[in-house]
Design a protein around this ligand. Structure first.
Ligand SMILES: [Cu+2]
Length: 149
């Protein structure tokens, strides 16, 4: 009897899950656990249809997609400085995100939507040196499979 109830609950959970789009909060910070000028968390995995809400942890940051680090055909987005924006991601793939004024200082993050392959071309995207270092560290965590926030 107990087993039958458990099976029924699992079935309900699986049936309900795809309809529930989630919103993950990411803070834009002058200083965080991983140093200065950071998004926290710096890596997020989403289901298609989920959203990220970029919160103003500290002032003078924004969130914008990085040209060349988004799925083919994706139009991109760019928040204003100090703007809290919520962005919905429908297309599977990897998305590189930057803070426009602090891109050169390495203020970047990565978003994975659905099933996606981290290609060599994506890894070698042309970004400033400090962003390169941050991305390489995130890629290493993705490769190790312990990247989930
Ligand atoms: Cu910034």
């Amino acid at each position: 009897m107990r087993a039958r109830i458990a099976v029924a609950l699992v079935a309900l959970g699986l049936a309900a899950a795809p309809a529930l789009a989630e919103t993950v909060e990411v803070r834009m910070l002058n200083r965080g656990e991983n140093g200065s000028m950071v998004f926290e968390p710096d890596y997020v995995e989403l289901k298609p249809g989920d959203s990220v809400k970029f919160l103003v942890g500290h002032k003078s940051h924004n969130a914008a997609s990085i040209d060349g680090m988004v799925p083919d055909g994706y139009a991109g987005f760019k928040g204003l400085i100090n703007e809290e924006i919520e962005v919905t991601f429908d297309t599977p793939g990897f998305y590189g995100i930057k803070c426009s004024p602090h891109f050169a200082m390495g203020m970047v993050m990565l978003i994975k939507v659905g099933e996606a392959e981290l290609t060599e071309a994506f890894r070698r995207s042309d970004v400033p040196g400090r962003a390169r270092g941050r991305f390489d560290a995130i890629f290493a965590r993705v490769d190790q499979g312990k990247a989930s926030q």
